[in-house]
Design a protein around this ligand. Structure first.
Ligand code: A2P
Length: 231
């Protein structure tokens, strides 16, 4: 389907956000992704939806890949243009795939924050857990621009991490976990991961060593990650 673009905001040379109108018939669960493209060729890519399931708009957060087949063109999209959006949304980072209750920890690197923005726009997330905690790791301060204010305003514990500039929290998420500054136990904690392949792999290993079990559509677990995410 083709949806009219209602907002475009650029944050850095490499990061931007697009909003489109939404059709009532397009349903999704918070945390899912869909395919998007610009319609004049066959290239569509999987993008997490950052809007909430009850919002009247769809929103996507994107990097600009130099010479990237889609993003080199997508970055020039303007208000009033049309964005091609797939007919269905899928994904593992949904409330249905994690055991509910206890403390929820949403851990992202870079644009991996996208599905969590959607989950934080869904009231069900706050109802399902005692506490909601977000850890967002980026290389540079400027990369926090799109959602830093939003995250500060939510009823959550939010830790922004900047690893390659001076910042209060500058260690990698994995280091907070290994050093036990952040203690995670499968009894009380639920973890959702979305980031680079190496981040997902390293965190998965740490969680499995602590007795966490990966959830999927077949059975809910104490942690989940999005394998389709490339950021
Ligand atoms: P670092 O600066 O120490 O590499 P990237 O742009 O490479 O995807 O990284 C985004 C953020 O994720 C950076 O803060 C980066 O830290 C961090 N990061 C990258 N790989 C890992 C990993 N394997 N474990 C933990 N954090 C990671």
């Amino acid at each position: 389907m083709f949806l009219k673009v209602t907002e475009v905001e650029h944050y850095t040379d490499t990061l931007f956000r697009i909003r489109t109108e939404r059709l009532q018939t397009f349903r999704f669960s918070a945390g899912e992704f869909t395919m998007i493209g610009i319609g004049d060729n066959d290239i569509m890519r999987a993008y997490s939806i950052t809007s909430g399931p009850y919002d009247e708009f769809l929103e996507f957060y994107s990097i600009k890949v130099p010479d990237g087949p889609l993003t080199s063109r997508l970055q020039h999209i303007k208000v009033g243009d049309e964005l091609e959006v797939g007919h269905k949304a899928v994904g593992t980072l949904t409330l249905a795939n994690v055991e509910l209750g206890g403390n929820l920890h949403l851990m992202a690197t870079g644009t991996g924050i996208a599905p969590f923005i959607s989950l934080l726009r869904d009231p069900a997330t706050y109802e399902a857990f005692d506490t909601v905690n977000v850890y967002w790791s980026v290389r540079n301060i400027a990369e926090l621009a799109a959602y830093d204010q939003f995250l500060k305003e939510m009823p959550i514990k939010y830790m922004s991490i900047v690893t390659r500039e001076k910042w209060d929290n500058s260690k990698r998420i994995t280091e907070y976990v290994t050093s036990e500054q952040l203690h995670l136990s499968p009894t009380n904690d639920r973890v959702m991961l979305c980031g680079s392949m190496s981040f997902n792999r390293d965190m998965t290993e740490l969680l499995l060593n602590r007795g966490f079990e990966e959830g999927s559509r077949k059975s809910a677990g104490t942690f989940v990650l999005e394998k389709a995410f490339v950021g």
